[in-house]
Design a protein around this ligand. Sequence first.
Ligand code: FCB
Length: 443
Amino acid sequence: MLPARSQFPEGFLFGTATSAYQIEGHGFGGAGRTHWDDFAATPGNVVRAETGARACDHYHRWPQDLDLIRDANLDAYRFSASWARVLPEGRGTPNPEGLDFYDRLVDGMLERGLKPALTLYHWELPSALADLGGWRNRDIAGWFADYTDVLMRRLGDRTWSVAPINEPWCVAWLSHFMGVHAPGVRDIRAAARAMHHVLLAHGRAIQTMRGLGVQNLGAVCNLEWADPVDDTPEAAAAAARYDAIYNRWFLGGIFNGAYPDLALEGLAPHLPQGWQDDMETISTPVDWCGLNYYTRKLIGPDPGPWPHFAEIDGPLPKTQMGWEIYPQGLEKFLLRCEAEYSRGLPVYITENGMASAEVPVVEGTVDDPERVDYLALHLAAAQRALAQGVNLKGYFIWSMLDNYEWSLGYEKRFGLVHVDFDSLQRSPKASYHALARALARNR
Ligand code: FCB
């Protein structure tokens, strides 16, 4: 069972999250080509070579989707805008239809009493900018600031919060070192540059929005707790290195203006000259900290090149993604964040949720008790962190709808609402109904 709203502090926000490319349908409305279209068109990158061309067709069905969010008794909706929908070439002439779409969407949220929590970049880089080196090119910080300016002049008077970049680790390391996400690069020098430029773009966007007077600006990082596979010093060192690259690089840059030594040890030779001079921009003050949390990793040493670590299959129960269920990691990260990074700023859990295998829709709903259990375990972890003094202000569930799960295509279902990808019919799952009951109150 999910804890009731009344078991959280007054004003604690509950929301759900989605992203543009994963739900909108990028084939509509004059959106430009993105590096995800290119990545998916390359054999072997994406399950069944699926793309976001139609996705959930949220572009046309958004009123119904916003109704569903309101009717779940949620307070806020974390969504993203697509850079390539706003600026099809990444720079230059905006697409008026794209700007109008986000304008209506934000008004639609406000009409329904939902707080619009906007993310400016959730991974669909315009191909035209990818052609110029994308996140490897330092100029991206300026291109991103310009995009921020165009979009926020239009929306900035009505957004409730804004975060420039969703999950910089995924933008940089997952996509340029591991090659798992677009652009599918596996190169340490590219990764180091992307890790720095993504934060520089974040800082430039914050400064741009401050200049426009946009309120409530934050940062959203994804975190994975790293546990050493055994009690050897080698495993402990490998886990610490993993933690430095995955978790401490981005929070450290944004909140402390410093990168961790354990990551610099391998990345410094590949960073652009004079990177130290950017740390002030990168750590431009923000108003809140967002943490996305799903799982932990068991880490052991690896004899290969730096970073000398390997992920090892863990023993805990797993979700459809193969991710271990480990709510203790969320509690530990919230405490760490409060002590070492956010230091009293409001903290939000900006994503948490699980994928579960497809089960048939029966009488308009889907039974997903495992999702209710997962959410309950993580909400309990959030309550423990609150009791220990973390300034936690809200919790967003990933995701509202089953959607395009990137290189894993449409098969991994994270939604509170089931989507039939043939008919596009939405069917609220049992977890959706449980949530609506838990959050019910006199509005
Ligand atoms: C996060 C992403 C989101 C989705 C979930 C499962 O890393 O922000 O788009 O893929 O994981």
